[in-house]
Structures are given as structure tokens and as C-alpha cells.
Write a protein that binds this ligand. Sequence first.
Ligand code: BTN
Length: 258
Amino acid sequence: MYKYTIISGPMKEVIDIHWLDEIDSTNDEASRRIGESGNLSVLAAERQTAGRGQRGNSWLSPAGENLTFSMVLKFGDGFFAPYEAGKQFDISVSVALGLVDYLENKGIEGSIKWPNDIYVRNRKICGVLIENVLSGEHLAHSVIGIGLNVNQKNFSPQLINPVSMTSLTNLEYDLKKELPLLCGHLRARLLKLGSTVQFNEYASKLFRFGQLNDYVICSTGKVIKAKIIGVKRSGLLRLETEKGEHMEFAFKEISFII
Ligand code: BTN
């Protein structure tokens, strides 16, 4: 393992990045090290042996090909004010926009598959796993885990529509150089945590916004035809069915059919 500090990113701020050769999961390691980690510090790994994804899935990423890292966000330490637990969706908003900003800077147009996956057209380029720890009614800290497909060319056929930066641009990226750039964009968006302008921007970049598509209601398995009409500040996804009925869903209550 080695550690370095880089002055980089759009805000030319110091970003602490610790690279590990191998770890089970950067989210797990960041949580274990939470007491000794600075705000907005980053733990990245060449290889994860037990990378975790949403909904209890594994996150598989060939060693050294992609970015797999976690950023730590601490509240009430003088840098970020105490934050109400009920506003935790704001973190997803900032993180998704930071990722879209970074990709845009690389000439790649991403959209946000609610709540915070990043897609390029119909294909997934990035997954996000945010784990929040509460202290009473407030957030104590968050571990923001990000898996961004960068240089990977071949994907397991089991994955649904994956894509990487290299397969879109034909360029090979230096992960050690790209990570501080990406973290600079994340940091810039996190510093605007909770902004209404930012929330509206998030809504405007939603994957499949306003298009009629099939969705699965997870509790019943029923498929409905509906279009996304918005997101509430709490993070609930708002759909309008083909019959004009309005419905709201929390994460894990609804699945996209890709
Ligand atoms: C998803 O299912 O789409 C979320 C994937 C999140 C993967 C990242 S890789 C770095 C961090 N460590 C983990 O174990 N998971 C996240």
C-alpha cells in the first residue's frame, strides 16, 4: 500500500488518495478506517476480492483495469455541518452529478439511472454504493463507493449492457491520473450538497426521463408501462403510468427493464 496527496481537480484542492494493491472491498476498508480518515479522503484498490454492489450483488472488476474506490464524507466536524438523515438523497445527487461532470470532461455524455448509476445511452458505465451511518436523526458519516469502468474491454456475458470509457473513446487511461480528476469533480459537487439548483440539474439528467418504458414492481413482480416524471427531494421516483396514474417508489421497490 502507498499513500500520496495530490493537488488536482477543478478546484485545485488537496485530495488525499490512498491506493491499496488488494482489499476485500474499499467500502468495508473505508468503514473500518473511518476514525483515522480525513473528510473527503479516498481509498482506492487495484483489486477487490469481495467488491459489493447494490441489492446484495457482487461487484466484479478485473485487477488494474477500472476505478474501484470509496470516498469518506464526515458530518458535523466543522467542514460539513450536521446533516439531517432525511436529506441523505442529497448525497446521491452530488455524487451522480460529479460523475457525469467528469465523464463530460472526457467527452462522454452520461445520464443518471435513478438513484445513482451512470449510463451512457443504454449501457452501464458506473455503479455507486453509498453507505450512511446515522447518529440519532443526523448523518454521522457516509462511505461513497464507486466502480467506474475505465479500461475494461471484455465483460462477463452475465452483465446487462456494460460499457467502459475505453470502449467508447478507444483511449487507454492512466487510473492514477484519472482518479484525482474524478475526485475533484465529486468534491466540487459535494461542496454544494443540498443545493436546489443541483437537485434540478440531477432531475434533468435522468436516464429515460419522460419516455414510456416497462418497470417491475418488486413486491409483486407486476410489470407496468410508465414514464419517469420526476424525483422528490426525499429521493422517491415519480412515475406516471400509461393510464395516467401517478405512483411513487423508493429504491428497491421498482426495477428498470433494460
Ligand atoms: C452497483 O451495484 O451498481 C454498485 C457498485 C459499487 C461498486 C463499488 S467498487 C468500490 C466500492 N467498494 C465496493 O465493495 N463497492 C463499491
